[in-house]
Design a protein around this ligand. Structure first.
Ligand code: S3P
Length: 168
């Protein structure tokens, strides 16, 4: 039995869909950002502004590797930036894991991240930032993905069903 890992950009719905899929499969859910916040007792934003991005990325790697290492099959909602590190990408490819890339148009992402204040990377010009990030990361998500599920024009529960079909 393999882990099911959801990767993709901020705002694509990894946590929401991850929760639904984990409930459906009756598996534990590992949510990267939540794990980091529980472990450190600090928010992503606090870690980012106090310790800086490299410190945050190290925690991101640590939680990803830990989740992948668990013998019990789980659902992992990986933080958007996990694919930036080659070590993380290799871990995703080498692990006993089915990796699903949740894909959305930047317009859709923009609409979804509008109300959240917890993403320090989107403080300035979220549209340009998301477009740049998408351009930088699309090939990296593609590199680790076993399957791609589009979230455009789909509700979270429709996305969850599509994800479940990928691993059925
Ligand atoms: C980030 C994504 C965020 C969070 C941090 C950086 C990124 O997680 O880890 O703000 O670099 O894409 P979500 O993808 O869960 O929003």
């Amino acid at each position: 039995m393999t882990h099911l890992v959801l990767v993709g950009m901020m705002g694509v719905g990894k946590s929401t869909v991850g929760r639904m899929v984990a409930a459906e499969l009756d598996r534990p859910l590992y949510d990267s950002d939540e794990m980091i916040e529980n472990r450190t007792g600090r928010t992503v934003r606090e870690i980012w502004s106090t310790d800086g991005e490299p410190a945050f990325r190290a925690l991101e790697t640590q939680t990803l590797l830990e989740a992948l290492d668990d013998a019990e099959p789980s659902v992992i909602a990986a933080a958007g930036g996990v694919v930036l590190s080659e070590r993380n990408r290799d871990a995703l490819k080498d692990a006993d894991a089915h990796v699903v890339w949740l894909l959305a148009d930047v317009e859709v992402l923009l609409d979804r991240v509008r109300n959240g204040k917890h993403r320090p990377l989107l403080d300035d010009d979220p549209e340009a930032t998301l477009r740049r990030m998408y351009d930088d990361r699309a090939s990296l998500y593609q590199d680790v993905a076993d399957a791609i599920v589009s979230v455009d024009n789909r509700t979270p529960s429709e996305v969850a069903k599509a994800v479940l079909r990928c691993v059925a």
